[in-house]
Each structure stands twice: as structure tokens, then as C-alpha cells.
Design a protein around this ligand. Structure first.
Ligand SMILES: *Cc1c(COP(=O)(O)O)cnc(C)c1O
Length: 361
């Protein structure tokens, strides 16, 4: 069946490849572990992996994502970013030659019990202050000693994760100090930087950088001063499907949250929270209609949103293109208006939205 509903997510392959090159430019001495968990941040994991095949490794959240990549023929190193969720996953980890994180004692116990014959790539995670995953600094040396008693010596990569790489410099530097003092003199590879630190903190680049959001051209560090070299990969588009004038004092949408202060031209766009457009987007959230910024008005519905097109009343027509985010309208800006982050919007595009792959013309 054809789907004539106009909402579509366009995925720009050139932008993906260009963003990977930007990661290399930011961290020229580091290997790149491209993070493609959560279905490639909503862009389609395999599609993204194909475009990023020049990366040195991939990072995923679960073993099924990793196995899917192996089945598609990817021979890259693939890291399970949260490690194993249960001991029985080890059979598949070994069969598919996966790298894995160990962040807690129970995972260490599973590994120590494992009777394996080939060397494993074990990423040992230190909790340098985020207090989510990772061994506490005081336990870390013991963990390393224990790993060194394995029959087959593992290849140990030491890693940690920043809590506020995009915001708090002081705390980020504390985490970096902690990481440096614990790993000083260790031979193995080290990894610390996510997208924000790749762009902000060269001292955190080490052997492996782990870019996620920047590969997708988002995660604006919102200094606004310099133009980001990153290009938006996803552009979410739809069309104008209804136009009408309403009088001053009349309201629009569920709950009548927006009232016209003057005679207003209201446009309906075919996109809603059923597509992943955030229901929390407030009146005033920017939308591009026929290339011009207009404000969202009223509540976001499941399949529709309403916009104030009074300023475009002379020219706008049914079927005109509307961009919800992407080229010309940063997803970070839309996310702010919905009290969230670009990550959530990109991951949240729902399965009913067709993906259109845009290759170089
Ligand atoms: C998701 C993730 C990243 C990528 O973070 P971005 O902010 O998207 O660059 C890096 N490292 C780990 C451990 C992650 O889980």
C-alpha cells in the first residue's frame, strides 16, 4: 500500500560522512568508535553503519544490535557499551568476536568464570563521578589485578564517561584528573570523550573517541558564537494540509491553549506526537514553512500540529513543504522549546514515518 501521508524523515548520507570527517579533524590522533545505539540515534542503525564504515569501531547498547551488524557483514570491532546483561550472553559475545564493557563486580565475576581460549577486548569502565556505571576509583586497581590473573590475558581498554561534558567545565576537568591519575602508567588504550568532549576538550581524546550525537549533526554546544562544521543528517518534513482564517479571540487546538490576538491565518501540518514530534513543544516553537520560520500554536496533536501563517497568508498554499527540524532548523533548537534534547527527538521518530535516503546528487 502506498502511504500518501506527507511526513517523511530524509537521511542525508553526505552529511553523515562529512560529520565523521569532522570527528577526525577534531581528534586526528584518536581512533573513532562511532556510537550507533538506539537504531543509530533514530536514523537506522545499518544504514548509518554503512555510511560510517570508515570508522574504526562501532558502539551499541545490546547484543542483538551487534549481531545484526555481524549478519550484515560488518567486520569492525563492535563494543557493547553497557557490557553483558546476563552471563549467558558470553557465548554470543565470543562467537561474534565482540568487545564489551565491564562496569560492575557481577560482570567481573562472570568474566572470571568464563573458560575461553582467545584473548578478549575488555573495556573496563571507571566511575569518575557520573555515578551511573563503572567501578569506583578505589576499586579500579583491584579489578585490573584480577583481570591479569585470567588464563588468557585480555586486551584491556580503560574508559570512563563524562556527566556534563557539554556544560560544566570544572566538574569535567575533575573527572579528567581522576581518570588520568588512575590510568597513569597503564599500557593499554584509553577512552573518555563523547561528542561534547571531542569538540571541547582535546586533553580527553586519548586513544579512542566515542562520538554519537555529533555524527548526526546535532548536540549543539549552544555557544552560538562559531558556526558548527557539522551538518544535520535527519530532516523531518511534512506538508501544509489545511489553511483557514480565524477571528481575534478565537482559540486553536486541544485545551484552547492558544488564542488569536488578531485575525490569524492558521495552517495545519501533517505531523504529531504519533510521529515523534514532541507533544511538549510549546506555542512559539519554530517550524519552517515554505522556507520561512513560523511559530507552532496550540497543543501538538497525535497526527497534526497547527502553525500561525498570518505572515505568509499571501503566498502559502496547501501542499507547501514544512520542515520540523534538520536543514535550516537545528533539532537542538526545537528540542529546547520542548524542554528536551536533540537525542530524544532523533531517537523518538516513530516507525510509521517513512525514511527517505538522500545520496549525493
Ligand atoms: C552514548 C554514548 C556515547 C556517545 O555520546 P554522545 O554524547 O552522543 O556523543 C559515548 N560513550 C558512551 C559510553 C555512550 O553510552
Amino acid at each position: 500500500m502506498m502511504n500518501y501521508r506527507p511526513v517523511k524523515a530524509f537521511i542525508n548520507f553526505e552529511a553523515l560522512k562529512s560529520n565523521l570527517k569532522q570527528v577526525r579533524a577534531f581528534a586526528p590522533k584518536s581512533k573513532i568508535l562511532a556510537v550507533i545505539k538506539a537504531n543509530g540515534y533514530g536514523h537506522g542503525m545499518t544504514r548509518v553503519a554503512e555510511q560510517l564504515s570508515m570508522a574504526d569501531a562501532f558502539g551499541v547498547a545490546s547484543i542483538d544490535e551487534a549481531i545484526k551488524l555481524r549478519h550484515k557483514g560488518f567486520l569492525h570491532r563492535i563494543l557493547l557499551l553497557e557490557g553483558l546483561f546476563c552471563e549467558s550472553e558470553f557465548a554470543l559475545v565470543i562467537q561474534h568476536r565482540l568487545d564489551f564493557v565491564i562496569h560492575s563486580e557481577h560482570q567481573l565475576d562472570w568474566l572470571m568464570r568464563l573458560n575461553h581460549s582467545q584473548p578478549l577486548n575488555v573495556w573496563v569502565k571507571i566511575d569518575t563521578g557520573m555515578h551511573r556505571l563503572g567501578f569506583l576509583p578505589e576499586h579500579f586497581p583491584k579489578v585490573i589485578k584480577k583481570l591479569q590473573t585470567l588464563k588468557v590475558q585480555p586486551n584491556i581498554i580503560t574508559m570512563s564517561h563524562f556527566a556534563s561534558a557539554g556544560e560544566s567545565t570544572a566538574f569535567t576537568l575533575e573527572q579528567l584528573d581522576c581518570f588520568n591519575s588512575l590510568t597513569q602508567g597503564m599500557n593499554g588504550a584509553k577512552s573518555l570523550a563523547n561528542s561534547a568532549a571531542i569538540q571541547n576538550l582535546p586533553a580527553a581524546h586519548f586513544d579512542w573517541v566515542r562520538p554519537g550525537i555529533m555524527l548526526y549533526g546535532a548536540g549543539d554546544l549552544s555557544t552560538g558564537q562559531q558556526l558548527s562544521p557539522l551538518k544535520p543528517v535527519m530532516t523531518l518534513k511534512t506538508e501544509v494540509t489545511s489553511l483557514k482564517w480565524i477571528e481575534a479571540g478565537e482559540s486553536v487546538g486541544y485545551g484552547q491553549t492558544w488564542k488569536a490576538t488578531k485575525k490569524s491565518f492558521v495552517g495545519v501540518l501533517a505531523v504529531g506526537y504519533g510521529d515523534g514530534y514532541p507533544r511538549h513543544a510549546v506555542s512559539g516553537t519554530p517550524v519552517l514553512v515554505a522556507g520561512k520560520r513560523v511559530p507552532l500554536i496550540g497543543r501538538v496533536s497525535m497526527d497534526m500540529i497547527t502553525v500561525d501563517l498570518t505572515d505568509l497568508a499571501d503566498s502559502v498554499q496547501i501542499g507547501d513543504e514544512a520542515i520540523l527540524w534538520g536543514e535550516g532548523l537545528p533539532v537542538d533548537e526545537v528540542a529546547k522549546h520542548a524542554s528536551t534534547i536533540a537525542y530524544e527527538l532523533l531517537c523518538g521518530v516513530t516507525a510509521r514515518v517513512p525514511i527517505i535516503e538522500v545520496r549525493a546528487s
